[in-house]
Ligand binder design. Sequence first.
Ligand code: SF4
Ligand code: SF4
Length: 402
Amino acid sequence: MFYGIRLDMYLKACYNQPAKPNFETGHNMSIVSVRKTEDYGQDTLDRAVAKHFDALKIADDLRPGMKVTVKPNLLTARRPNQAVTTHPNLILAVAKWLRERGVDDITVADSPAGPYHAANLRTVYGVSGMNALEGAAKLNYDTGWKEITCPEGFRNRSFNIINPIADADYIINVAKLKTHSMTTMSGGIKNMFGSIPGLQKPEMHYKYPKQEDFANMLLELAGTVRPNVTVIDAVEAMEGNGPNSGDRRFMGFTLASRDVFAQDYIAAGMMGIEPKTVPMLELAVAKGLFSPSDITVTGDGAQTNPKPFKLPDSKKFLGFLPNFMRGPVSKGAALILKPLPHLTEAKCIGCGKCAESCPPHLIKIAGGKARIPQKGCISCFCCQEVCPAHAIEVRRRLGKTL
Ligand code: SF4
Ligand code: SF4
C-alpha cells in the first residue's frame, strides 16, 4: 500500500473491463498496451512497437502518401543514457514499423526548451542521438508555427503549434516517463507541451501560474493537437527532480495507447504515484476525458508492484500527507512553505538558460552567475528544468532544503 492505492489491485481492476468505443474511428480508445521492454536494443524495441501497434490496430489508420509526425521528448541537449529525452532507438523502431507499411513521409519534430531555432535543434538532435535517424525519418528544421483553434467549450481559444505537428496527417507522440517538478509526472499529456514553439512555453507558465490552470491548459492542448497514438518510453525512466535533474530509474517497460489520458493514468500507477495527486489526471477524470473504470490494460507487463518513484523536491512536503489533509494544509501553509528555486553558485556556469526560460523574467546573470530573486517567483521550476549544470535546487521559503 502506498499513497492510498495498491497498484496490483488497481491494475488488476483495469483488466478485462468493457472497453469504451471511440465514436470517430470505431477503435477502442481506452486500451493501454503495456509490454516488458528490458533494454534499448533495436530488436527489443522493434518487437515491442510491433506488438503495441498490432494490439491497437494502428495499421488500419495508415494510407499511402500520408504525412506522419513523430513527436519525441527532446527537452534539452542530453545524451540518450541520461533518461531526459526519448531514446532514439525507440523513435527508429516507430519509423521502421511505418516504413514497412509503406509510409515514408515521416518527420521527427519537437520544440525543446529555449529559443526555437535551427541551431538549437541541431545541437539537441546531435546530443540526443536523433541524428542516427537520418534515412529512416526527416529531422525537422522548420521553425514556423500556426495558430490552431481549440474545440468549442475550451477555456483557450487557440494554441500556436509548430508546423510539422500542425500540418501532420497523423501524429505519433513518443514520450519519456519522468517525474516533474511542476506537474508531478511527465508522460504523454505533458509531452504535447513541446508542440508550442520555443519561448512561448514560458509565456504559458506566466499566463497560468496556478497548478490547476496549467493542468487545464495541458489537457486542452492535448485535446486540440489530439495525437493519434502515444508511446511511452519507460525502459529507463526518471525519478526525483525530473524532468531534467532527477535520477535514472530502470523500469523495463514501454506503453502505448490511443487514449493519452488513460495511458498516463496507468503510467502514474506504475510509478507508484497516486493519480489523484497529479492535477492534470485528477482534472481529466473530473472533466470526463476518460473513465478509469473503462480502461483495459493489455500486454504482458502491467502486473507489477514497484517501489514508488522518488518525488521531486517541490512535491515532497505534501507527498506524505493523507489526501484529506492536503487541501487544507496546502492552502494554509502555501505562503510560508512555498517551494522556491535556490542557486548553488559554485555549480553555475553562467550560461543564461535559466534567465531565457523564466516566465516573469526575474533571473539576471551578473558576474558570470545567475541571480534568482524570490519575489515574483511563480514556482514553475522552468529554471531548474533547463539548467545544464544541475545548479538549482528547491527550498522552502523558511530555508529548509528539501
Ligand atoms: S525563478 Fe525559476 S521557478 Fe521562479 S518563476 Fe523564474 S523560472 Fe519559475
Ligand atoms: S543556474 Fe544553471 S541555467 Fe542558470 S546560468 Fe547557472 S548554469 Fe546556466
